[in-house]
Write a protein that binds this ligand. Structure first.
Ligand SMILES: [Zn+2]
Length: 379
């Protein structure tokens, strides 16, 4: 080994630990993952921690709170709550990816796409449902799911994983919710490998882009959901991480909200457990990668759930209460891990979370070498 080689090796040894320590919480991440527990506030997290013993979530060194109010209501819905996280702008309830005056608001995923990054949505509801829609579509009413499907099919999102076949199928297909002959499943399939079942999803192999519409509407409850959200997140990360420019991914534990609406405590805890397992998959990736920011929060609380009795020794919650069967205005927790995590400590309005994530994506784009944006593009 000559002197120059020795110097190079020593330099590398110095640089590797520095990169590994890129979890330093004030750096700019290459990859961003936002995980939304729909309807998840402190009571839900507390009860999940009792029944699991400990949470993957506890690996996040930074914590804070998000005030979830929308532009026109103290109590938000998922459309306005999601839009704030996705675009950094508050809007009126029921509006998706738009400002209150109806102008499209650019989303985190669209900013990431501009920066040459891959993008993805992974949810347990229909991919056209309010929360995922706020990251990939722009409509004035969350009920327009067939229109949201058109925007997804015509868009550039690299990983689309959840339910919602019925909004993509032509009206002639049994169970279709469309009022036209557009075959958006065929349109998606033209753009990327597509799976309609869990088995087909697992058979897709080592791809860098895919769509999985695994149910007509939403996927089943966590107790018998196949695949579990953790596996869905792992498959998405495997595909998205092939882009040397990085990626932006949104993950939602959609059913937490529905269990809370129904005041079904056992289901709620099952959904929280499934969501926390998925958080573990994202944190495992981020830990190994060293350049990935993971932010976990909620779009709003649902039900005002509070555990009232149980046992740490038995890992059980034997009594809990809901204040109602709808969303509340209570603040929701925010957890962050990885480079940039410091930005999420303390109390923020929900829109500030989206603004910070978008800021990182823009900063990463500005700092990347010019040809970097083309590295992953086809000739
Ligand atoms: Zn809800």
């Amino acid at each position: 080994m000559n002197y120059r080689m020795l110097v190079a090796v020593l330099m590398a040894l110095l640089i590797i630990p520095m990169t590994a320590r890129a979890s330093e919480t004030d750096a700019v991440p290459k990859n961003v993952i936002i995980m939304i527990g729909d309807g998840m506030s402190v009571g839900q997290v507390t009860a999940a921690r009792v029944v699991k013993g400990s949470l993957q979530l506890e690996r996040c060194p930074v914590g804070g709170f998000s005030a979830t109010h929308s532009a026109d209501r103290l109590v938000t819905d998922s459309a306005a709550g999601g839009t704030a996280l996705a675009t950094g702008q508050r809007t009126n309830n029921h509006m998706v990816g738009m400002t209150p005056d109806g102008a499209p608001a650019k989303t985190l995923l669209e900013h990431a796409e501009d920066a040459g990054k891959s993008t993805g949505i992974v949810v347990t509801c229909a991919v056209t449902h309010a929360t995922p829609a706020t990251f990939v579509a722009h409509v004035d009413d969350r009920g327009k799911q067939t229109e949201i499907a058109e925007q997804i099919a015509a868009g550039n999102v690299d990983v689309v994983l959840g339910g919602g076949q019925q909004f993509f199928m032509p009206q002639s297909s049994k169970g279709s919710k469309r009022k036209d002959d557009k075959d958006l499943i065929a349109a998606l399939r033209e753009r990327m490998p597509l799976a309609l079942t869990a088995d087909e999803l697992r058979a897709l192999g080592d791809v860098d882009s895919f769509a999985g519409l695994l149910a007509m509407d939403y996927l089943g409850w966590a107790a018998d959901r196949n695949p579990p959200l953790r596996e869905m997140v792992s498959l998405a990360l495997n595909a998205l991480s092939k882009n040397p420019n990085g990626f932006a991914l949104m993950v939602e534990g959609s059913h937490i909200d529905w269990a809370a609406h129904a005041n079904e405590e056992a289901r709620l805890l099952g959904e929280m457990t499934d969501f926390d397992d998925a958080i573990g998959a994202a944190l495992d990736f981020a830990e190994a990668d060293g350049n990935t920011l993971v932010v976990v929060t909620a779009d709003h609380d649902t039900g005002g759930y509070t555990p009232l009795d149980g046992s740490l020794a038995d890992k059980s919650v034997t009594k809990g209460a809901f204040v109602g069967d709808d969303h509340t205005a209570i603040m929701v927790p925010v957890f962050a891990y990885g480079p940039g995590a410091d930005a999420f400590g303390g109390i923020h309005d929900n829109r500030a979370i989206g603004e910070a994530l978008i800021g990182f994506v823009q900063q990463a784009a500005a700092e990347a070498p010019a040809e970097g944006a083309l590295a992953g593009a086809a000739p």
